[in-house]
Write a protein that binds this ligand. Structure first.
Ligand code: C2O
Ligand code: CU
Ligand code: CU
Length: 514
């Protein structure tokens, strides 16, 4: 039985206040905890994990250049909520089941504040990962204003920790944005979208093995997972009452595997103003927005001409994307509802400016080098299909060592059958183009034979990105400059089931290359 839609109001994510100041820097003490929360009117309370008693976690909001410090505290019970597969790298039976470390996705931070997958810790730091673990993380916020998100990142169990609820939004505000006169205050709303499935008692359902099961492995990681209930800000299919005017929505896809291809049932367009790395240079008018896991879209929706309409935010992305099962219009095909039912309190003076920001393109000819990196499907020693980056596993020696300050082009050559959202820590990149190639020919000869001209990125991808969709049978080319820190960072597929099962690699930014 499916739960009734649009019976719960959309929760507005609370903004967390710092606990105090340390040496002139705002300090936050943020506990990860287990608690019960009501996720739908007709569902018994669900045991979830979250931050400071909230699922999803509260919003951290800062001004650009405002340094903050966060102590992420593991206050979770010793038993995991979900089935831990001990055959997955980093989650072996001798490791504690409940381990966490928090990563600020899209954040420009030093390696020891980045939430390296091996830098996990248990309650009270009783046990820590092989990596040096710093207790207090520094976030300088010296980067473009945008919507980031923080989430659990411990090696081998990220999919379970995030599914249990360990994720929340993080907003960097650029004071210059104020001059743009975009909708703000209660007309600026954050939407964190996630899919979940439930057992009848209201508990979270997550598969303990794939179908068919893997002989000799229980519980086992699954190739991907798609919940059939869509939650926004922690409620299943919520509604939001709005005034007939413009609103700004900061949308985050915080799902494990699910892509969303969003439309408005009224047929009206979105005005997309920003992406992962902040504002675009000019707004894009589009009837459809596609978001892979971890991608963000900053959009304006104008409800002015829709008084008394109920508008549904729909989704028609197949799972897995793009060649999988079509979205069921009765379940995952719907995300939330906007009810244009509130009286207009005052005239809407906000605007959608033609010039939003300045985006200077990185030039290919300035690249120090270009790397060919494959996304490839293999079979692990238990016979399970899994995916690798450049045919290497997490533990293999580091092969990517960009020089600090240098520009590189990465060619993501997808030999697999579905789209992988590839995320690189620390840097923001630009998408150069995508080009189809002959996969079979490549597998036989190792040569790239392109089959169509390269196409530029979509209009709404022509800004700064930290996660890019690498489509099957295509070479997706991205360009970035490796600044401002040296050290070890991961890059990975953001389908969390893939990330946990070896589709993640370290890279190291180095000072000097002889
Ligand atoms: Cu959002 Cu390494 O991840
Ligand atoms: Cu990240
Ligand atoms: Cu993937």
């Amino acid at each position: 039985m499916t739960l009734a839609k649009f019976v719960d109001e959309l929760p507005i994510v609370e903004v967390l206040k710092p606990n105090g100041m340390i040496g002139g820097v705002p300090f936050y003490n943020i506990r990860m905890q287990q608690f019960k929360q009501k996720l739908h009117r007709d569902l018994p309370e669900t045991t979830v994990w979250g931050f400071e008693g909230n699922y999803p976690g509260p919003a951290i909001e800062v001004n650009k250049n405002q340094w903050i410090r966060v102590k992420w505290v593991n206050d979770l019970p010793s038993k995991h909520l979900l089935p831990v597969d001990t055959t997955v790298h980093g989650a072996e039976a001798d490791k504690p089941r409940v381990r966490t470390v928090v990563h600020l996705h899209g954040g420009v931070v030093r390696p020891d504040s980045d939430g390296y997958p091996d830098a996990w810790f248990t309650k009270g730091y009783k046990e820590v990962g092989p990596d040096f673990t710093r207790k207090i993380y520094d976030y300088p916020n010296r980067q473009r204003g945008t919507t980031l998100w923080y989430h659990a990142h411990a090696i081998g169990i990220t999919r379970l920790n995030v599914y249990a609820g360990l994720a929340g939004p993080y907003i960097i505000r650029d004071p210059l944005e104020e001059c743009l006169n975009l909708p703000k205050g209660c007309y600026e709303i954050l939407l964190l979208i996630q899919d979940r499935s439930f057992n009848n008692d209201g508990s979270l359902y997550y598969p303990d093995e794939p179908d068919p099961p893997v002989p000799g492995v229980y519980p086992s990681v699954v190739p991907d997972f798609f919940g059939d209930n869509i939650l926004v800000n922690g409620k299943v299919w919520p509604y939001l009452e709005v005034e007939p005017r413009k609103y700004r929505f900061r949308i985050i896809n915080g799902s494990n595997s699910r892509f969303y291809r969003m439309k408005l049932s009224s047929g009206q367009p979105f005005y997309q103003i920003g992406t992962d790395g902040g504002l675009l240079d000019t707004p894009i008018i589009t009837k459809q927005i596609l978001l892979a896991p971890a991608e963000r879209a900053d959009v304006i929706i104008d409800f002015s001409n829709f008084m008394s309409h109920n508008i549904v935010l729909t989704n028609d992305a197949p799972s897995p994307f793009p060649r999988g099962n079509p979205a069921d219009p009765n379940t995952e095909g719907q995300i939330m509802q906007f009810r244009v039912s509130l009286p207009l309190i005052s005239r809407d003076l906000s605007i959608i400016p033609y010039r939003l920001s300045l985006i200077i393109p990185l030039k290919e000819k300035e690249a120090r080098l270009e790397r060919n990196l494959t996304l490839v499907r293999r079979t692990d020693k238990y016979g399970r299909a899994f995916l690798l980056l450049n045919d290497e596993t997490w533990d293999d020696p580091i092969t990517i060592k960009p020089q600090l300050g240098s520009i590189e082009v990465w060619n993501l050559i997808n030999l697999a059958n579905s789209t992988h959202p590839i995320h690189i820590h620390l840097v923001n990149f630009q998408i150069l183009d995508r080009q189809s190639f002959d996969v079979e020919h490549y597998e036989e000869t190792g040569e790239i034979l392109t089959t169509a001209p390269a196409v530029p990125p979509e209009l709404n991808e022509r800004g700064w990105k930290d996660t890019v969709r690498a489509n099957p049978g295509e070479i997706t080319r991205i360009i970035m400059r490796f600044v401002p820190y040296t050290g070890l960072y991961p890059w990975h597929c953001h389908i969390l089931e893939h990330e946990d099962h070896e589709m993640m690699r370290p890279y190291e930014i180095v000072n000097y290359i002889p």
